[in-house]
Write a protein that binds this ligand. Structure first.
Ligand code: SR1
Ligand code: MG
Length: 421
């Protein structure tokens, strides 16, 4: 037990400890009927599914350390507070995009949520070769709505500054991102690991001085450009899907940062899913059609993000930035369109850079993706990962010269046929 009385839940203790919560009694049933399973497979937390005679719920509890590593890496419980605060803001900014939050206990670092069923983690679906109708559309909308509505383009100055201060407290989770994403991949950091066979390309990347500079420019953007409330960890393991629906989960890394960050991370994970497919073909058959679909999702995410962000710009731009009083009200609507185009151009370049670092860190750092990890044959896995590493470098160094998302997907198609080992 900590000084504040925190105690980690177990399947055996959960009914006794949470059985008095009226929301759980209403939604799940009498505690005597509850069955509890711990199903957390992420890097940080406990996740319980509670089933009773009236329904089901998810109980997520932060541990005081990094689950992936163990008690040697302490991590504050307050990440649960940031997750809760991010979830309620995401629900307000893009209704229906996240699971309904039913209860929050700050001292115990517990969030009680709607159990999404028959949803599965998107990453597992992509590895299995499953497709989700409307996925790119939904994710592009989620990014545009949450990123626009969490910024000075939309919020009142007072509310936005209060949120900037609130999420500035998420120091330790930002520290994870700052080290694991932007620095560790580019030197032989203690927790790094990579697939045997990648040594040559890893050495070349770590000797690439322009790449190291680009990574630190991106880190500077992440640490200093507090443009909007980010999800902060928007990968395909943070999305749950059915064949026709997607919900975003796990925003405990939420912080204020550059608008392009979430979109870049998300697209990186679809590109990695694309590059991993040849590794799954031996066991699961031809994946060419699945690869085409994955790249179509990449294109749709970006196109819908641009369309929805532009729509919000034209209809909801009520914050302190680029005020209508300065443009439309002066008869200068065209200048507002020019400002929008300029801003989207900057977000595009940022997005590509963040996409590149995410592709590097998931192959070279501590936290890897199951898309590649599930490829049993190490030689095959290394060949897939090498292509993703090479593409990550191109995105980080060539972002300024990339004219559009079609060029990104064309590059992914071409590199998938090349040998980068
Ligand atoms: C030590 S935490 C490693 C990674 O897991 C989380 O999901 C984040 O992606 C983080 O970078
Ligand atoms: Mg997570």
């Amino acid at each position: 037990m900590t000084a504040q009385g925190y105690v980690a839940l177990t399947p055996d203790t959960l009914p006794g400890r949470l059985g008095a919560l009226s929301i759980l009694r209403d939604r799940v049933g009498a505690p005597e009927t509850w069955q509890v399973r711990e199903v957390g497979d992420g890097n940080l937390n406990l996740v319980f599914i509670v089933s009773g005679d009236a329904g089901q719920a998810v109980v997520k509890q932060a541990l005081p350390y990094v689950r992936l590593v163990g008690e040697s890496w302490p991590l504050p419980l307050k990440r649960s507070f940031f997750e809760y605060n991010a979830l309620i803001r995401q629900e307000a900014r893009d209704p229906g995009s996240v699971p309904a939050v039913w209860h929050f206990d700050e001292a115990q670092a517990i969030v009680v949520m709607e159990f999404l069923t028959p949803h599965v983690i998107l990453r597992q679906a992509l590895i299995a070769g499953r497709q989700v109708v409307g996925l790119g559309q939904r994710l592009g909308q989620f990014c545009a709505r949450t990123l626009f509505r969490g910024s000075d383009l939309s919020m009142t100055a007072a509310a936005r500054k209060a949120d900037l201060a609130l999420f500035a407290g998420n120091v330790e989770l930002c520290d994870i991102t700052e080290n694991l994403v932007f620095s560790d991949p580019y030197f032989d950091a203690p927790m790094n690991r990579h697939t045997p066979g990648l040594e040559g390309i890893v050495a070349r990347l770590r000797a690439d001085l322009s790449l190291k500079v680009a990574a630190q420019h991106l880190k500077l953007a992440f640490t200093s450009r507090a443009e909007t409330m980010l999800h902060g960890d928007l990968h395909t393991g943070s999305i749950m899907v059915t064949d026709t629906e997607a919900k975003v989960i796990d925003p405990e890394f939420a912080t204020y940062g550059p608008i392009g960050f979430d979109v870049g991370m998300l697209i990186a994970n679809f590109l990695m899913a694309h590059f991993s497919q040849p590794g799954h073909e031996a066991a699961k058959g031809d994946r060419a059609a699945h690869q085409d679909w994955l790249l179509s999702v990449v294109e749709t995410i970006w196109q819908v993000f641009v369309a929805e962000f532009s729509h919000l710009w034209r209809t909801e731009r009520r914050g302190i930035l680029y005020q209508a009083s300065l443009y439309e009200d002066q008869g200068h609507a065209l200048a507002a369109e020019q400002a929008l185009a300029d801003l989207l151009g900057r977000i595009w370049v940022d997005m590509l850079g963040f996409c590149g670092v995410e592709m590097h860190r998931r192959i070279l750092g501590l936290a890897h993706n199951a898309d590649f990890e599930r490829i049993e044959d190490e030689g095959r896995r290394a060949a897939c990962e090498a292509r993703a590493l090479a593409m990550g470098r191109q995105l980080m160094l060539g972002a300024g010269a990339m004219p559009g998302i079609g060029m990104v997907t064309a590059m992914a198609r071409r590199m998938d046929k090349e040998d980068h080992l």
